[in-house]
Design a protein around this ligand. Structure first.
Ligand code: FES
Ligand code: MG
Length: 590
């Protein structure tokens, strides 16, 4: 594609500015070291960044190193010049204390690169959990023409002929290990079999959910999210994405034309229909806030809760990424929402088509994977947003609230979707592991396990720890799960019906800090409330006696992060960063 509009590109201010010949010469000659000629650099071709999130340290995104070659082919063939650069690694499965700490760091770094270098557009390579929101947050802040290329899920995992999903298998196998049904070797064999190839998690965990959301927002080409990483279509998608970003630059299509309030509402509906990860609400809210769009948990309640679960993927269902892809992927989910009138059809996508145009032609070919809206897998399956007399907000993912949980906790005569439970309180995940089997806690099936100190400030980044297993003795008796509650998060691959992301967190004086073991909590899903059954006077006394205690930061970034971060309910953003919107203008920074 030619730059036939005589559009003066941003990069030309670096590479073709006779008024500042000295600087121009410096820019041009050093980039010529790639083998680029002066004619190319000064020809007005779009310079396209490839934000590379893959590395040896980020295994879920590692094959983006190969995919980048196909992205570059696409950029070249469309008349652009590719420039690949690294993004701070975020590896969900290995980063300690938690990968969530680095979402905002990668975001900050990416904003600086997009702002400060001669780029006209960018391909965002996404995949593992936090890489996707980090990239979209940076696209939102900068408003540079941007397109998402996800890396795709791993191939489906099998063990003894049964489908097993990455992450999800860990949660089920650790119960088998605790019950003595398998040993360490058996555990390792079973869990690693769930990850048979390159790619991100093959379950509908945070990675696949967030990439599906990127597609639903309109930020990737149709069908991109679900293509398994090793499929040939993945390379073809990389090529098409590289081509398309050049056209987007010349047509000046920016994130602000695509990520609108309506498209965020589409994303919420899609997330609910997918049975998406409980990490999606904070990530989507963060992306919106960096876009300057006021999105809150109320929007999740209003536009998501009533949506049924229609995608039959683990952890809420039984299939994995390959099955989802073959059944039609995200476009087929959009098709169902469109038929039910729950899609804002006019939202623009990076493809140049509207979301409605994509949805219309995308009916699924497999009703065992993508159910119809009228006959869903489960009715009303979005997130419920709860509040109570000791906190402002928490969420519960209704798509994983199963029959066993309903029968045990919500079926007492006259209970109307409510139950009372005795709280067992742990000060963070380490305390949970140290004491869960302590007989003096006297944990039985009417207890609720509480973990605090796991929010954005308390456990910097916020830990994925709320899905806690019952004591081993209880599991041996057949009680394989208990209600859980916490100010941290839980893995998107977990099917635990936990009450999560409680805000404000304990570390900043949220009421969860006031709970004591053996307190009675009343959970009412109809009223969307959780109350601590103590007197107002007792609550006041406890508040007066409360003393802040935050563990020491281990690194400078943890210290900076803690001083600037907000709560999970508002996206866990670096608050000052949300004030800087659309930082890229037509002018090169001085
Ligand atoms: Fe990286 Fe699941 S651990 S995608
Ligand atoms: Mg995770």
């Amino acid at each position: 594609m030619q730059n036939n509009k005589n559009l003066k590109l941003r990069s030309q201010q670096w590479f073709d500015d006779p008024e500042h010949a000295d600087m121009t010469a410096l820019y041009v000659e050093r980039y010529m070291n790639q083998g680029l000629t002066r004619e190319e650099l000064q020809s007005g071709k779009p310079i396209i960044g490839i934000a590379q999130t893959g590395s040896d340290l980020t295994p879920c995104n590692r094959h983006h190193i190969q995919l980048a070659q196909r992205i570059k082919d696409g950029i070249r063939d469309a008349g652009g010049i590719p420039m690949e650069f690294p993004v701070h690694p975020i590896a969900e499965q290995s980063r300690r204390p938690t990968a969530a700490l680095d979402r905002n760091l990668a975001y900050l770094g990416l904003v600086e690169v997009l702002h400060g270098y001669p780029l006209d557009g960018v391909v965002l390579t996404t995949g593992c959990d936090k890489t996707t929101p980090a990239c979209l947050m940076a696209a939102a802040t900068t408003d540079l023409p941007s397109i998402v290329l996800s890396g795709g899920p791993m191939l489906d995992g099998y063990h003894d002929g049964e489908l097993i999903g990455s992450g999800t298998v860990i949660w089920s196998s650790r119960k088998l290990l605790a019950k003595g049904k398998i040993d360490y070797e058996g555990f390792m064999e079973l869990t690693t079999a769930a990850s048979p190839s390159v790619g991100h998690c093959n379950t509908m965990g945070t990675a696949l959910s967030m990439n599906a959301i990127a597609e639903a927002l309109g930020m990737s080409l149709p069908g991109c999210a679900s293509i398994p990483a090793p499929y040939r279509e993945r390379g073809q998608m990389a090529y098409a994405t590289g081509r398309r970003i050049c056209e987007m630059v010349l047509q000046d299509i920016k994130p602000s034309s695509i990520m609108t309030k309506e498209s965020f509402h589409n994303a919420i509906a899609v997330a609910s229909a997918l049975g998406a990860s409980s990490n999606c609400p904070p990530h989507l809210i963060a992306i919106a806030r960096h876009m300057g769009i006021d999105l809150s948990l109320d929007d999740w309640q209003e536009f998501g809760e009533h949506i049924p679960l229609i995608v039959n993927c683990m952890p809420a269902g039984k299939h994995l990424g390959e099955g989802f892809h073959r059944a039609g992927g995200v476009p087929s989910v959009l098709h169902e929402l469109q038929k039910a009138n729950y899609l804002n059809n006019d939202c623009l996508t990076v493809s140049g088509k509207t979301l409605g145009e994509i949805a219309t032609t995308s009916e699924t070919n497999n009703r065992d994977v993508i159910y119809s809206y009228e006959k869903p897998l489960k009715h009303k399956s979005g997130f419920i947003v709860l509040s109570g007399n000791f906190f402002e907000s928490a969420i519960i993912k209704m798509s994983v609230v199963g029959d066993a949980f309903k029968k045990t906790y919500l079926s007492d005569p006259g209970s109307e979707n409510s139950f009372e439970a005795r709280a067992i309180v742990f000060e963070g995940p380490e305390d949970y592991h140290a004491r869960i089997n302590d007989p003096s806690l006297d944990i039985d099936e009417r207890c609720i396990l509480v973990v605090r100190g796991a929010g954005t400030v308390g456990y910097p980044g916020s830990a994925e720890v709320v899905n806690m297993d019952p004591p081993t003795e209880l599991m041996k008796k057949g009680v394989s799960s208990l209600p859980c509650l916490g100010d941290g998060r839980q893995s998107g691959t977990s099917a635990s019906p936990s009450i999560l992301n409680m805000s404000p967190e304990a570390a900043v004086g949220g009421g969860i800090a006031l709970l004591k073991t053996n307190d009675i909590l009343k959970v009412n899903l109809n009223d969307r409330s959780i109350d601590l059954l103590i007197s107002d006077e007792e609550m006041q006394t406890r508040r007066e006696e409360w003393k802040p205690s935050i563990p020491a930061s281990q690194t400078p970034w943890q210290e900076i992060y803690r001083s600037l971060v907000g709560q999970l309910s508002t996206g866990g953003c670096l608050e000052p960063a949300t004030l800087h919107l659309k930082v890229i203008s037509k002018d090169k920074p001085p």
